[in-house]
Design a protein around this ligand. Structure first.
Ligand code: ADP
Ligand code: MG
Length: 677
């Protein structure tokens, strides 16, 4: 048997189990060995019954008596009880609905029991312990691997199968270079894997986990470094930094840039004046004014004769960016166009022509910017707003439309914790705008239950009476049978027919035609509507300073980052703004998550909470597929990440990756799924 052998060669694997294994992605012995436990239950080994404390325990004892009876309260429930003893005392064990145990456990025999000693229904007992006949195996701390299970594939079965291939595990090879394994006191891969399945102590398990985590992070970080180096060594267009132009641009604004905006702009303008391509992420909370910083770079690009493209995730946002910047750009002598999918044929044709001929300096649009029909003229700068909404491919396609390597600025309001950024982006440069323009009033936020709905409506109505405007956001477009989840169509009707009968209400969602959306957003912006019932199409970027109320229905259905973004749609003007989060949920965890929004307006903090509760995959979506590769590693282990980073940098400085075929292969496959470039 080798690691490449089929699992069907293992004892106990018939067609049914083979199919179940295949369903879990396990075909070969190597696959099986690489099937990591989901968690480890450790049972504290207890020497004598007298010492037993509540918790997971493991001990040896003799069965004094065992008996089965029916529950008094519930006739269908059987209860099996056993009295266990050793020389120091006795203890009661209890099982529900396992009547056969009364036969399996034999009085006067000694077993090793494992279970949870806990209070339940008023008295303390050992709850449904598992037990083995005493074997000769030394009595150590019991660490039981628990695997991701399916109906046919239980942890017990997996443990039995893995036990058969322990000998073969020696054949597993390290992808990490030997020197690194030695320098960082890691275990060889084969040893780590063996321990994951058969750990005998916590210390042993910890060092195995550390070794595997190190390897996982190393591969990702190395991929980042390799990509970064490729970018750094390619030549980019030079965009000359002309301070007088920057000054002129700033002079056109009717406010001052914040110090953080100035700093970010300065760094970016320096970056693009170099002949190696910029690859920078601009992080800044909702409303911190990232757009202007990006526009400054576009202005500078034009000065050096280059076109720029700004790609945003939604049509509404594209329009808004375009309309918001058009005048400013015109004043500084630039022509901009809007490019979206839903355009009249003739408009589209003439827009494409303008872009191709170079008459246009700045193209603002959605993913229509990357459609094959679009040809740019000297594209030198690519800006991707709300970058986490785009996939790796979309971003690289846009880049590929430049004749030579363009500078790339990506922007996000969903900040990425430093250690995560290091792993995911390698050395991608990051700028942070860490302050909001002055005068913004914090938005009061409240999680609201249905019983208080009428008070909230009354308050909203009084604000509308004063000329303010409100958003009402629901998760769904149409009514569905999902209990308690609100839809915009349903809510629109209800609001129109009852409480807000006398108000002007609009409805917007992604399925509307482009010009309908434009019309409605325009009406709302111009104050022709008091209330806008919307899906999360308005989540990002929408800027309507007179809107001061954000009411979100079924709020528990949204992530914190999304809620924070939605909340960021208000608080942009002179009014005190309010955010109401309605939820039918009584689930303490989801209420707690929502309450985080009441307490903080710091997007960074919220992203962190979101990450801890939902994991990076949920939040950063396709952006970080590379993270799927991390099976054991904890990206918040700052110390380990820093150590790996140092090791990977030193490695790539001194060695030729191609000489490490296994590692090179890994890096290659990761390249296509990470978002590093
Ligand atoms: P975001 O970072 O969320 O993309 P925007 O770029 O949309 O933020 O800016 C939000 C609003 O703040 C816009 O209306 C913009 O004109 C305004 N703004 C940007 N910078 C400043 C500033 N320094 N002072 C006042 N208002 C600003
Ligand atoms: Mg923005």
């Amino acid at each position: 048997m080798t690691t490449k052998s089929s699992v069907s060669r293992l004892k106990g694997v018939g067609p049914i189990l083979e199919k179940a294994l295949a369903g879990a992605g396990i075909f070969t012995i190597a696959d099986l060995l690489n099937y990591y436990p989901r968690r480890w239950d450790s049972y504290l080994a207890i020497k004598s019954i007298r010492d037993i404390q509540p918790g997971l325990v493991s001990f040896e004892a003799k069965v004094e008596r065992v008996a089965m009876r029916m529950s008094h309260r519930n006739r269908r429930l059987t209860i099996t009880e056993a009295i266990l003893s050793d020389s120091t005392g006795t203890i009661k064990a209890i099982w529900f609905n396992q009547p056969y145990l009364a036969q399996t456990l034999v009085a006067n025999n000694t077993y090793r029991f494992r279970g949870n000693y806990e209070y339940k229904n008023g008295y303390i007992s050992l709850q449904a312990p598992t037990f083995d006949k005493l074997t000769t195996r030394p009595f150590k701390q019991d660490i039981i691997p628990i695997y991701p299970e399916t109906k046919q594939l239980t942890s017990t079965i997996i443990r039995k199968l893995i036990a058969q291939c322990m000998d073969v595990s020696d054949q597993l090879e390290d992808s990490l270079p030997d020197a690194i394994v030695k320098d960082h006191e890691l275990l060889p891969k084969s040893a780590s894997i063996r321990i994951l399945h058969t750990a005998e102590s916590e210390a042993q398990l910890d060092s195995a986990k550390r070794s595997i985590s190190f390897e996982e992070i190393f591969e990702l970080v190395l991929t980042g470094l390799v990509i970064k180096r490729n970018i750094k060594t390619s030549k980019a267009v030079e965009i000359v930094y002309k301070p007088e132009v920057a000054q002129k641009f700033v002079g056109l604004l009717d406010f001052e840039l914040t110090p953080a905006q100035k700093k970010a702009a300065h760094t970016i303008l320096e970056d693009i004046s170099k002949d190696s391509p910029m690859n920078r992420l601009l992080e800044g909370d909702v409303g911190s004014g990232k757009t202007l910083v990006a526009l400054m770079a576009c202005v500078m690009a034009k000065q050096s004769g280059y076109q720029s493209a700004i790609m945003v995730p939604t049509e509404i946002l594209a329009r808004q960016h375009f309309l918001g910047s058009q005048k400013l750009l015109e004043d500084i002598g630039m022509k901009s166009v809007l490019l979206i999918s839903d355009m009249k044929k003739s408009d589209r044709a003439s827009t494409l022509e303008l872009i191709k001929s170079g008459e246009v300096d700045c193209v603002v649009g959605t993913h229509a910017l990357i459609s094959s029909a679009v040809e740019y003229h000297n594209l030198g700068l690519v800006v991707v707003d709300e970058q986490h909404r785009f996939g790796v491919n979309q971003r690289s396609t846009l880049k590929g439309k430049a004749s030579s390597m363009p500078h790339v600025l990506t922007m996000t309001a969903t900040p990425i914790p430093r250690s995560l950024a290091l792993v995911v982006y390698g050395d991608l440069d990051v700028s942070i705008i860490d302050e909001l323009p002055p005068g913004r009033k914090p938005i009061t936020t409240k999680v609201v239950k249905d019983k208080d709905r009428i008070h909230v409506y009354k308050h909203i109505d009084s604000l509308i009476e004063q000329g303010q405007q409100a958003f009402v956001v629901c998760p769904l477009i149409s009514e569905s049978d999902k209990l308690g989840v609100k839809s915009v169509e349903g809510e629109f009707r209800v609001l129109q027919q009852s409480v807000f009968r006398h108000r002007r209400i609009g409805l917007i969602h992604g399925k509307l035609k482009s010009d309908e959306k434009t019309q409605i957003m325009g009406d709302f912006k111009a104050g022709r509507l008091d209330m806008l019932v919307a899906t999360s199409v308005i989540e990002v970027g929408v800027d309507i300073p007179n809107a001061s109320i954000m009411l979100i229905e079924s709020a528990e259905r949204f992530g914190l980052a999304a809620l924070h973004q939605l909340r960021g749609r208000v608080g942009r003007g002179k009014h005190q703004s309010h955010c109401y989060l309605f939820t039918p949920s009584d689930n303490p965890a989801s209420l707690k998550r929502l309450e985080a929004l009441e307490k903080t307006s710091d997007g960074f903090r919220l992203a962190q909470i979101d990450l801890e509760t939902r994991g990076p995959g949920e939040i950063y979506g396709t952006m970080q597929h590379g993270l799927l590769n991390l099976r054991l590693a904890d990206i918040f282990d700052h110390q380990l990440v820093a150590e790996v980073k140092k090791a990977a940098t030193a490695f790539i400085d001194k060695h030729n990756l191609l000489e490490y075929s296994q590692l090179a292969e890994k890096v290659n496959s990761l390249k296509s799924i990470t978002s590093l470039d």
